[in-house]
Structure formats: C-alpha cells, structure tokens
Design a binder for this molecule. Structure first.
Ligand SMILES: NC(=O)c1ccc[n+]([C@@H]2O[C@H](COP(=O)([O-])OP(=O)(O)OC[C@H]3O[C@@H](n4cnc5c(N)ncnc54)[C@H](OP(=O)(O)O)[C@@H]3O)[C@@H](O)[C@H]2O)c1
Length: 205
C-alpha cells in the first residue's frame, strides 16, 4: 500500500520502518527533508523511502498518517492539497485543553478539518517503542482503532496488524474520548514511578 507519513519523528519513523519492512511503499511528508529527524528516519527505513513535501506525500499516498504535534495539525491539513476520499490515520495526542470552539475529543476536530477524507484514530495509546517491538511477555499489545468509514477502518486494522500489534476495532470516533483518557493515564503512570517500557492492552481468554 502507498503510505504517506506526515512527520518523521518517533511515531512516524517507527511506522515507516516496520511498514517498509512489510513491503509497503512509504514516503515521509516533512517540512524539512534535511532535519535530523527526517535524516534518521530515512537512514533507518532504507534507500527506497523518500522524504518529500507535505503535498507530494499526500498526492502519492492512499493512506496518510498524522505523526506531528497536535498543535500543528490544523495548519498542516490545508498544505496536503486534495485529500478527498483518502484514509487519514490520526496518531496524535492533544494534552492541552481544547481551544475555544474545539471539541473535547480532538479527533472530531481533525475529522472536521480534514472534511472529505476518512479519519481513523490509531496508535495514540502506545509509546513509539511498542510499534517497533509490540510483544510483551508473549502477548501482542493492542492498538485501539476508531473510525466512521468501514472500509477505511478495515484498511487501518490491516496496516496495524502488519506491525505485529493486536489491532482492535474500538468503534466510532466518539469512543476516542476513552482512548485520550488512556493516553493521559499512561503518561501519568510513566511519570510517577513507571517507565516507557509499559503498555495497556486487551487480554482475552
Ligand atoms: N512519542 C510517542 O511515544 C507517541 C505515542 C503516541 C502518540 N504520539 C503522538 O504522535 C505525534 C508525534 O509524536 P512524536 O513523538 O513522533 O514527535 P517527534 O519525534 O517530535 O516528531 C515530530 C515530527 O513532526 C514534525 N513537526 C513538528 N512540528 C511541526 C509543524 N509545525 N509542522 C509540520 N511538522 C512538524 C517534526 O519535524 P521536524 O523534524 O522538522 O521537527 C517531526 O517530523 C504527536 O502528536 C504525539 O502526541 C506520540
């Protein structure tokens, strides 16, 4: 699949690495292809992967991933050009309170700003290290996936499974409120005696 990863940092670089190893065609859409993060991501993913402009990445890709700070999302989406019908994976977390007029659930704002595209939330509740190594004590860590468009969600479930994570359909975008809570809880525990080497998951009998 042709995937444009917007942002080549911890999350973008990790997804690019594991998906390129699975044979997906990856480009990083970045503001500066020469930045330290862009160069590191390119080094790790191999010679077939390129860092291009945001608009070039969007034109190339069937699926786009937002792997940039939430604060940059609103100004970045218009720079992607025509995103009608594309699947956009929102991996961001907003830790600041909503600005005036914004939703309590940040992905609902992303879906509004990216009108015409199919926004799917994924990868937001796990540390980037887990994307590179998703197995804890023999169990694949879950990534909870929410979206409105069934076909787009199926695509993201499949791409998430390709990383080795346990891809869990967690319902519509409204349910992302619970995921945002999980992300906050993860950070609280990590900062109060925990470590980054931990993850929430779904255990089944
Ligand atoms: N880190 C985690 O474990 C984790 C887990 C789950 C979700 N997330 C979420 O994933 C997103 C990315 O996190 P990260 O840890 O990967 O961040 P990061 O390592 O700091 O990388 C951020 C990327 O975004 C780009 N960027 C920064 N500001 C930008 C702007 N104004 N416009 C366009 N691009 C910009 C950076 O480009 P430059 O190289 O030019 O600076 C870089 O490529 C965040 O929303 C975060 O909340 C992170």
């Amino acid at each position: 699949m042709k995937i444009g990863i917007i942002g080549a940092g911890n999350i973008g670089g990790s997804l690019g690495k594991v998906w390129s190893e699975k044979g997906h065609e990856i480009v990083f859409g970045v503001r500066d292809p020469a930045s330290e993060k862009s160069r590191k991501a390119l080094e790790e993913t191999g010679t077939t992967v390129k860092a291009v402009s945001l608009a070039e990445a969007a034109a190339f890709a069937e699926v786009l991933v937002l792997a940039i700070p939430f604060a940059a999302v609103k100004e970045t989406i218009p720079l992607l050009g025509d995103i009608t019908g594309k699947t956009i994976i929102d991996a961001t977390n907003r830790f600041s309170p909503p600005q005036s007029g914004e939703s309590a659930i940040s992905v609902l704002d992303v879906a509004k700003w990216a009108a015409g595209a199919h926004v799917v939330k994924a990868f937001s509740t796990i540390g980037w290290e887990v994307i590179r190594n998703p197995i804890f004590k023999g169990v694949a860590v879950a990534t909870f996936i929410c979206g409105e468009n069934a076909e787009a969600k199926e695509t993201v479930l499949s791409l998430a499974s390709d990383t080795g994570l346990d891809a869990v359909d967690a319902g519509p975008l409204e349910n992302v409120g619970a995921l945002d809570g999980l992300s906050k809880l993860w950070i609280y525990i990590m900062q109060h005696g925990g470590s980054r080497d931990m993850a929430f998951t779904l255990i089944r009998r």
